[in-house]
Ligand binder design. Sequence first.
Ligand SMILES: [Zn+2]
Ligand SMILES: [Zn+2]
Length: 260
Amino acid sequence: MRLASIASGSSGNAVYVGTEHTHILVDIGISNRRIEQGLNDLGLAADELNALVVTHEHLDHVKGLPVFMRRHLVPLYATAGTLEMLRNHGMLEGVEKDLIHEIRAESRFSVGDLSLLPFAIDHDAAEPVAYRIMSQKKAVAVATDMGHFTEEIVSHLLQLDAVLLESNHDVRMLEAGPYPYQLKRRILGDLGHLSNENAGRLLKRILHDGMKQVFLGHLSKENNFPALAYETVRCELGGTAKDLPIAVAARDRLSPVCEF
Ligand SMILES: [Zn+2]
Ligand SMILES: [Zn+2]
């Protein structure tokens, strides 16, 4: 399996997950030019994608979707709530019905030799999900845009080989920063985003010997920076997992490619 972030952050997200035979994108919140560039760096063309799976309808996850769906005959997977919002915003106009697949949290589906398990997360969107993606005995997860984590979320992130985990903001930077009060409450609330500290706490719960790579992602531009996210998460982990590779997925370029 391979996992790589093409873009990650509050300004746009796209994650590649694949095997030798199957290639998918999780979210498409950046321009098609950048998607094509990222795929190109991975040795792929957009038409080689077997699926586009979407976590929720926020623009930083779907901005590139309308153009992409007009240009490429790639199946789209999203929950009913997300699809409804995409339709309401005119983002599925002209897309062939056969390409649109409605999925449900806790209901597994297959794309080529990948098996995907969407699971519910708490976020201020219609029906948001994160994904556990498996191939044979290997598993990765893409888990961003979560106000908090529950035991159920933890259970879906156990025994992973690699994970892309939200590490959105530093609580003190956010509190002291320029955002309006309501927006601060939203981000800090249960339907907002996971702080660096909470990313570290969640990571501590799911760490195991088989974890090969952690990507911290969806960093806020205003209320975080890569070294701070990294240090805070390391600090939460304490002395454990000193050798575990933790990388911060960049906002605007391909991350290292994790292959196992
Ligand atoms: Zn969101
Ligand atoms: Zn987001």
